[in-house]
Design a protein around this ligand. Structure first.
Ligand code: ME8
Length: 529
């Protein structure tokens, strides 16, 4: 068994908090799904987990969306935030917390962090002028812009406008060398800021290095404007209510609000620093430059890891509202069922890379891997035990030479899956389970237990027991990915609720255990439709 069993270390896992200017789409479902699977895995290991998600409700973008909807911003955010809570239920997310940035507890934490930064001499008043994109809630340098028909655009495609206003600044410049040092610390060093995947780490490092080179003579150009006076929908700056905090400062702070800073020092000591912030590739800089710099400047530790995933296209096309090809996770789940969707999203594309969502690929994975390789294996094995073993689990038997290959794969599987999940290699974890399931299908064909009833019933029982043991391991390690279906499979396998953690795999189920009649786990999906 992996030596992490009964390891009760606390583990804080976060998703981005989502903007409430829009309905939930596949991107939101995807980031949170990855976080959910890791959180569920850590619980199976026996870890104490705090899995947080929530909504980002301030800023000009949300203010605008509320205005367009003809609503007061608070009423608007109350309504849209609920869609994200509903999404968590639809997707089967096991989040322990849900934070909204309009909550009082969060405003208090923002004020506390701000005051700490002021006390540490990290904030000064100046004024800002420059190119600002409301859509991205971000500033851009003049050299980053392109001009079309008299309008300037950011690299993201968002139009920018010239803004000039008094603003508080954060001494970001001061922290950049320290960030670089921490990016480059060796794996395992407690001060390392671990950016994954490697390609993102290189991108962020190069971005900081170039900035330092370019602005080497005038470091204040690298400082960050962290307040606005041009709109009001935000957290007020302590002592200067004409300013609201920059929305990213407000948003990033959500992670420590929920962890208990500063109102619950015991909880904060327990949960912080976070094990991992899951983010999309578009928001990696905010999480790996601004956020750790704020924290270091306040004397707090940065999160241990930031993992940035890639983006989905839809049948080969970039997803956009104007193309009308936004993927609605609720509709997907209604059409295909929850667990096949959860499986597909993490199986199809290596986490960290861009990938394509296609119905053909989804149907292929469902039919080939879930219905055939896994579902049929379970059904054949359990039906044979029903019919030929009087619906009772055969007792544990010593492995024969022909059981060794499957046995070795199954024994190694929990450790292998765990090692992949420690690196957020969700697709490799699933591939490892599928490789073992393919081996088990080969084994059942070769051993042909259905033919042994008359000739060698003891061997028949031993083979069915090997298969049952393998299925128990598959179902146990797949629980984080497909919680509902694997609960059904574990019921069919007769595994008691209390014996579904990784630690229980070391204890064989007793022979003679009565097993309920099996029922199909996955339906095949017809290609047309
Ligand atoms: O960024 N494929 O909120 P958001 C995969 N409030 N992921 C996608 C995607 C696609 N096609 N499109 C978007 C914010 N995403 C901030 C975060 S955190 C302190 C504040 C992902 O609602 C995107 O990468 O815009 C991001 O992680 C999330 O969906 C959208 O977040």
């Amino acid at each position: 068994m992996p030596d992490t069993v009964s390891d009760r270390r606390p583990c804080f896992i976060t998703t981005p908090i989502y903007y409430v200017n829009d309905r939930p789409h596949i991107g939101h479902a995807y980031t949170s799904l990855a976080a959910d699977v890791l959180a569920r895995w850590r619980r199976l290991e026996g870890r104490d987990v705090f899995f947080l998600t929530g909504t980002d409700e301030h800023g000009q973008k949300v203010e605008k969306a509320a205005k367009d909807a003809g609503m007061d911003p608070q009423a608007f955010t109350d309504q849209v935030s609920q869609h994200f809570r509903d999404l968590a239920v639809t997707m089967g997310f096991s989040n322990d917390g849900f934070i909204r940035t309009t909550e009082e507890r969060h405003k208090r934490t923002c004020a506390a962090l701000w005051e700490k930064l002021v006390a540490n001499g990290e904030i000064y008043l100046g004024h800002y002028e420059g190119w600002y994109a409301v859509r991205d809630e971000a500033f851009y340098g003049p050299d980053e812009l392109t001009e079309r028909d008299g309008v300037r655009y950011a690299p993201s495609g968002a139009p920018v406008e010239w803004v000039r206003e008094p603003s508080y600044f954060f001494r970001l410049s001061k922290w950049l060398p320290e960030l670089l040092r921490r990016f480059d610390l060796p794996e395992g060093d407690p001060h390392r800021i671990d950016i994954q995947p490697e390609s993102r780490r290189n991108e962020v490092r190069a971005f900081v290095q170039n900035g330092l080179k370019e602005f080497g003579q005038t470091p204040e150009k690298l400082d960050l404007s962290i307040s606005r006076t041009s709109f009001t929908w935000g957290v007020k700056v302590p002592g200067d209510p004409a300013h609201v905090m920059y929305v990213w400062m407000d948003a990033l702070t959500n992670y420590i609000t929920a962890a208990g800073y500063p109102h619950d020092p015991e909880a904060f000591a327990r949960w912080w620093p976070a094990e991992i912030h899951f983010v999309g590739k578009d928001i990696v800089r905010f999480h790996t430059i601004y956020w750790p710099a704020f924290l270091l400047a306040a004397g707090l530790a940065p999160a241990k890891r930031v993992f940035a995933h890639g983006w989905w296209t839809n049948e080969g096309q970039k997803i956009s509202k104007s193309l009308g090809n936004v993927i609605d996770p609720v509709a997907l789940v209604a059409e295909f069922g929850l667990d096949p969707i959860r499986y597909f999203l993490l199986r199809e594309v290596p986490f960290g890379q861009d990938g394509d969502f296609s119905r053909a690929a989804l149907i292929g994975r469902n039919n080939g891997e879930l219905a055939n390789a896994l579902g049929n294996l379970a059904n054949r094995t359990l039906s044979l035990i029903q019919r030929n073993c009087d619906a009772k689990l055969p007792g544990p038997a010593a492995r024969a030479a022909s059981d060794a290959a499957l046995g070795a794969l199954v024994d190694a599987l929990p450790g292998q899956v765990g090692a992949h999940l420690d690196r957020q290699e969700f697709h490799l974890a699933l591939e490892a389970v599928m490789a073992a399931a393919r081996e088990a299908n080969g084994y059942i064909t070769v051993e042909a237990p259905w033919a042994l009833k008359k000739t060698d019933p003891a061997r028949m029982e031993a083979v069915l027991r090997q298969l049952h043991d393998a299925l128990r391991v598959f179902a146990t390690v797949l629980q984080p990915f497909m919680p509902t279906t694997m609960a059904k499979l574990l019921d069919q396998l007769g595994v008691p609720e209390a014996a579904r953690g990784l630690g229980a795999l070391g204890t064989p189920l007793p022979g003679g255990l009565p097993l309920p009649p099996p029922a199909p786990l996955f339906a095949k999906i017809e290609a047309a439709g």
